[in-house]
Design a protein around this ligand. Structure first.
Ligand code: FIX
Ligand code: ZN
Length: 434
């Protein structure tokens, strides 16, 4: 999967006042630039067609999204154990009936399904899903992907690729051709915090490692990372970490991170993405929907950024309470790039709060959002919501520049929007931003 080039408007500001926009034109210009700038979606769980059924799309997948399953279990008498005995189709029917027929789809996730159906001119108030099902069944995946990305205003999505995933690994071992709109990421959850459960998989693949990471283990893990870097050509390495994450700690995770992963990231010129704050499986009965959030101690991040100044860290934190600290740490460490309003934060009211604070503290030196889409068509509403939320915030910021005596031109807005949604990521992943 080769690097892609991203067009970055001319850098310097043109201080010729004739270019400056009157304050009452700012909102419309911002909205126009946002809607005509194709974004990079730097974290998703989408897959290119080469991964076959690992790539989820269509109405049954949209309705059985774990965000909706969490809401379904609140409004339905059905026990999770019964729900899991149903087929995907029957689960989708149950969720449609409960959240869209018997209740008004006012939540962010239910509104998302309505937005996707509307985007394809499909009925949004039908008692059944027949018309939607036949529509999606009639699509061919390659054409559908192009159409969906166009509707979402996305040019490239970054996948989440786990080399130890039993379904995904065989696809990579067979060889995966490149796809111009999908980039790979080397996801290391099973290696880092899942080591005690997964080190034997590496032994089975011929790596001389052991549970306590002794002997040749570190060198062997680096060999593993080098082989997967060559196989996947990832744009970054990534791990999601629990809210209890501490660094440095006298444990296997800290050792693997500081002695294997961070040196390999330097060797291959890759940033490391840290997604911190999950409280995994507080209710395992509802599976993926059973994860929650915990406030993390970000001193771990401070230590990582200070003690590994050559490494670049793409960081998203799950707890609302950690957002301000993350902004402040980004002001202290220029090897830290905050990104996204992750998971339970991806709601307009919270995205607005987080984004305003980031603009006030970091200017345009952050990545406002990623979709975290698990189902292809979700990029349509997730990016529509992001554009709708960010438009007024950016316009307000520009109005304040004008109020304080400055000028803002269309070119300024184009450059800033491109920086926020393309160039910051492109530069951080060593992809040409011009
Ligand atoms: O760790 C992650 O990448 C999370 O985004 C997922 O585990 C989570 O289930 C999700 O889909 C969040 O939106
Ligand atoms: Zn994710």
């Amino acid at each position: 999967m080769e690097a892609t080039s991203f067009k970055q408007p001319a850098t310097g500001r043109n201080f010729c006042s004739t270019d400056s926009l009157p304050a009452d034109h700012l909102q419309a210009t911002v909205e126009e630039v946002l809607s005509t700038t194709p974004f990079i979606d730097m974290h998703t769980h989408l897959f290119s067609p080469a991964f076959g059924r690992l790539g989820l799309w269509g109405i049954d997948e949209l309705l059985t999204y774990h965000y909706l399953e969490a809401e379904f279990f609140r409004s339905s008498e059905m026990k999770p154990e019964r729900y899991w005995t149903l087929t995907r189709r029957d689960r989708a029917d149950a969720i449609w009936q409960t959240l869209f027929v018997e209740n008004t789809p006012v939540s962010e996730a239910t509104r998302g399904v309505i937005a996707v159906l509307r985007a394809f001119d499909l009925p949004t108030e039908s008692p059944d899903l027949d018309e939607a099902r036949s529509f999606f069944q009639a699509q061919t995946i390659d054409g559908h992907i192009r159409k969906v990305f166009e509707m979402a205003g996305v040019r490239t999505v970054v996948m989440t690729n786990d080399p130890l995933d039993p379904e995904e690994r065989p696809v990579w071992m067979k060889g995966v051709g490149g796809h111009s709109q999908f980039q790979a990421v080397l996801r290391l959850d099973r290696i880092l915090w899942g080591w005690s459960n997964h080190w034997r998989q590496l032994v089975a693949q011929g790596y001389e490692v052991d549970e306590s990471v002794s002997g040749k283990s570190i060198a062997e893990v680096r060999r593993f990372l080098a082989e997967w870097q060559a196989r996947m050509r990832p744009v970054y390495m990534a791990v999601s970490l629990p809210y209890t994450f501490q660094f440095p700690e006298n444990d296997v995770l800290s050792r693997l991170l500081s002695e294997a992963v961070l040196p390999s990231c330097l060797e291959f010129g890759l940033p490391l993405s840290l997604m911190i704050g999950v409280r995994r499986q507080v209710n395992p009965r509802i599976r993926l929907a059973g994860d929650a959030v915990g406030r993390a101690d970000l001193i771990a991040l401070e230590n990582l950024c200070r003690d590994h100044p050559e490494n670049r860290f793409l960081v998203s934190v799950l707890s609302r309470e950690n957002q301000h600290e993350l902004c402040v740490y980004a002001r202290k460490f220029n090897n830290l790039m905050p990104f996204g309003c992750w998971w339970f934060l991806n709601n307009p009211s919270i995205v607005e709060e987080i984004t305003r604070e980031r603009i006030e503290l970091l200017g345009t030196s952050f990545i406002p959002q990623h979709s975290d889409a698990r189902v292809l068509e979700q990029v349509i509403y997730k990016w529509r919501n992001t554009r709708a939320t960010l438009g007024p915030i950016l316009a307000e910021s520009y109005r304040m520049v004008c109020r304080d005596g400055g000028n803002v031109s269309r070119r300024d807005i184009e450059r800033d929007v491109n920086r926020l949604f393309c160039a910051n990521f492109a530069r951080w992943t060593n992809q040409r931003a011009d």
